[in-house]
Design a protein. Structure first.
Lengths: 115, 114
């Protein structure tokens, strides 16, 4: 099935460093969402973006909805050990009203933080 | 508010059997979507239910089906299980309005097919 192109696939960083990851798509999306997943658990919503160009922060996390509506990025500042996990981008609403319930996911970015 | 709940959390079945998974959405949410997560394919959309009707469907065979009840709880059924059906099955709920269409996920059901 269709997936978004998410990069990088993995990152190994030192505690305190900043992190940046992004997602691109060939399709336009009306919503971009960023999730974090810990092993054996469901994804937890981090940030939701609804407007092209929108920049939204949630604590140390900042995400932007690309102007073309085909991309989004997530930044994590001053990383800490509990940031470890898999980060997913997801797009929704690329085919009108009934498509809002369908999320298309990126492959995920595995983040490792060394103390 | 309580989050999305899924039962059971773990399930072991053998090939050829069928299985039913359950999802209770966040109170007030009328839409439930189901996803399959595997190491090879990642997170793939199965279907969405809203007001007891399937509103959207992914590219999965007819062995995968679902339904939604009047209280918005949803069940997913997989018949004639295959080894490749081993996966984490996630459900997510949202209000059901077009926007905001933020989906909140449950903890998942880990299905192992032997």
């Amino acid at each position: 099935g269709q997936q978004l192109n998410q990069s990088p696939q993995s990152m190994f960083i030192q505690e305190g460093e900043d992190v940046s990851m992004n997602c691109t798509s060939s399709s336009i999306f009306n919503t971009w969402l960023w999730y974090k997943q810990d092993p054996g658990e469901g994804p937890v919503l981090l940030i939701a973006l609804y407007k092209a160009g929108e920049l939204t922060s949630n604590g140390r996390l900042t995400a932007q909805f690309g102007i073309t509506r085909k991309d989004s990025f997530l930044n994590i500042s001053a990383s800490i050990p509990s940031d470890v996990g898999i980060y997913f981008c997801a797009g929704s609403g690329n085919a009108g009203g009934t498509s809002y319930g369908k999320l298309t996911f990126g492959q995920g970015t595995i983040l490792t933080v060394h103390p | 508010k309580a989050g999305v709940t899924q039962t059971p959390r773990y399930l072991i079945k053998t090939r050829g059997q069928q299985v039913t998974l359950s999802c209770s959405p966040i109170s007030g949410h009328r839409s439930v979507s189901w996803y399959q997560q595997t190491p090879g394919q990642g997170l793939q959309f199965l279907f969405e239910y809203f007001s007891e009707t399937q509103r959207n469907k992914g590219n999965f065979p007819g062995r995968f089906s679902g339904r939604q009840f009047s209280n918005s709880r949803s069940e997913m059924n997989v018949s004639t299980l295959e080894l490749g059906d081993s996966a984490l099955y996630l459900c997510a709920s949202r209000t059901g309005e077009a926007l905001p269409n933020t989906q909140y996920f449950g903890p998942g059901t880990r299905l192992t097919v032997l």
